[in-house]
Design a protein around this ligand. Structure first.
Ligand SMILES: C[S@@+](CC[C@H](N)C(=O)[O-])C[C@H]1O[C@@H](n2cnc3c(N)ncnc32)[C@H](O)[C@@H]1O
Length: 207
């Protein structure tokens, strides 16, 4: 799929389905939130949710007192859903419509990079290299990268697209030695269709 098609694909998903009827929907990204809170970041820390979609993570981060939250997504429609849900609070977030592999981010701006179910769509090596280059550039030294992908027993596809499943070892290998793995665990995600999916959560620190 070329870049134009990827954007068209995601815009069409968010135009035709409610945010609660997609397989990755969760009323709350509990594990992500717990991990972010475990980092004991200052409330002025810069946190970016890449491929944030329409998730409620920004709502929870605002409620937790964070003041510098950015949400990036390739889909304008996804961002619009979150902006409408947040109402006035939407003004507290920096919204970035863009492709994570090519967006101009940072440099060394973010204390925490969060990605749930985005990196695993990058089936092409060149796109993964661009993503990692952007991640390295955008994170502060000692910054955290919280990556959630489908795990070794997760599905082979999501939203009709091929994905790459990861173990903590294969994800570490992909990110390279500029990142140190600090925590890892799997979660059984319950989809709105009463099926389950294995997610792998990895917390990395930029060396
Ligand atoms: C499976 S959804 C996950 C959404 C959200 N992170 C969550 O956990 O609810 C994947 C999201 O990544 C976005 N996305 C896909 N490819 C992207 C890219 N190259 N750059 C930025 N966003 C992308 C999609 O629009 C979609 O919102």
């Amino acid at each position: 799929m070329n870049k134009f098609d990827i954007k068209t694909h995601w815009e069409s998903i968010y135009k035709t389905k409610s945010s609660k009827e997609v397989s990755w929907y969760s009323p709350r990204l509990e594990k992500s939130l717990e991990l972010i809170q475990s980092l004991n970041l200052q409330n002025d820390a810069h946190i970016i949710d890449v491929g944030g979609g329409a998730s409620t993570l920004p709502d929870d981060l605002i409620n937790a007192g964070f003041k510098n939250i950015s949400v990036l997504d390739i889909s304008k429609e996804a961002l619009k859903t979150s902006q409408e849900r947040l109402g006035k609070k939407s003004g507290l977030i920096q919204w970035i419509e863009g492709d994570v592999t090519t967006a101009s981010l940072g440099p060394e701006l973010y204390d925490c990079w969060h990605d749930r179910a985005v990196f695993h769509f990058l089936t092409n090596l060149e796109d993964r290299q661009k993503y990692i280059k952007n991640l390295k550039k955008a994170l502060k030294p000692q910054g955290y990268a919280l990556m959630a992908t489908f795990g070794p027993n997760g599905p082979l596809k999501c939203s009709g697209l091929e994905i790459v499943r990861y173990s903590a070892e294969s994800l570490q290998k992909e990110l390279g030695n500029a990142f140190k793995l600090e925590k890892q665990f799997t979660e059984t995600h319950k989809t709105p269709f009463d099926t389950t999916q294995e997610f792998l959560y990895c917390l990395f620190r930029k060396c």
